[in-house]
Design a protein around this ligand. Structure first.
Ligand code: 13P
Length: 255
């Protein structure tokens, strides 16, 4: 992290976990534990928990995000939620392009780009996920894959709009597997992304953009990961479902 240049952000991605009662309990436990954080704290929760999360976190330092949004403002898209709907209810962040969306729900770089556009147009902050599969890492094409994903996702995004984008580098092989990228591997790819941003948007934008690491980040390894120069926080799955673990990670990024 380099807090002089950019914001550190710790964001929880709850995925498809926690009913309303469980969500309420988790957030109530979390609020006092993270209240003195010296980094931005975000929880991205299932749609059914957004209202609860927004009510409970009002007046706290916790921002609320959704885990996806559609690219159209409204229309015949059964089961989908638009960025405008999220914005209207007070949601601030939205995760776009998570590898689980790409893997299980047919998300492509192009639809990721469309969703990014819609989210920015609605005034949301985007947590844009990119990352390579294990076989792609083994083939030595991590840089190409991550660069392509980032470049396509950001098509049509202006320098000014980029200020509302956080990039999360999430190697797919490290998600939910307990296999964390080493801090060097995490830093290396976060750096590659920053260099690409410099090429596309210039040095100031590259210095200022928050690039998180995600993938089996937990209370034990967070310290070392966020100590890396180009790792500006984390997108946390499993460990964000336990208030005490999430708080340890927030504290690591607060140093
Ligand atoms: P885990 O922290 O459970 O590996 O999940 C990471 C992730 O996918 C966050 O978006």
């Amino acid at each position: 992290m380099n807090k002089n240049l950019r914001k550190a952000v710790i964001a929880g991605n709850w995925k498809m976990n926690k009913d309303r009662t469980e969500a309420k309990a988790l957030i109530e436990e979390m609020i006092p534990l993270v209240k003195d954080a010296d980094c931005d704290v975000v929880i991205c929760v299932p749609y059914t928990n957004l209202e609860t999360a927004l009510n409970l976190t009002e007046g706290t330092n916790i921002g609320v995000g959704a885990e996806n949004c559609h690219w159209a403002n409204s229309g015949a898209f059964t089961g989908e939620i638009s960025a405008l709907m999220l914005k209207e209810m007070g949601v601030k962040y939205v995760i776009i392009g998570h590898s689980e969306r790409r893997q299980y729900f047919g998300e492509t770089d192009e639809t990721v780009n469309q969703r990014v556009r819609a989210a920015l147009d609605a005034g949301l902050k985007v947590i844009l996920c990119v990352g390579e599969l294990l076989e792609q890492r083994e083939q030595g094409i991590t840089e190409e894959i991550v660069s392509l994903q980032t470049k396509v996702a950001l098509q049509g995004v202006t320098n000014e709009e980029l200020k509302n984008i956080i990039i999360a580098y999430e190697p797919v092989w490290a998600i939910g597997t307990g296999k964390t990228a080493t801090s060097e591997q995490a830093n290396e790819v976060c750096h590659i992304i920053r260099v690409l941003i410099e090429k596309l948007y210039g040095k100031q934008a590259a210095d200022g953009i928050t690039i998180q690491y995600g993938g089996s980040m937990n209370a034990k390894n967070a310290d070392e990961l966020v100590a890396q120069y180009d790792v500006d926080g984390g997108l946390i799955g499993g460990a964000s479902l336990k208030a005490s673990d999430f708080a340890v990670i927030v504290n690591a990024a607060s140093k």
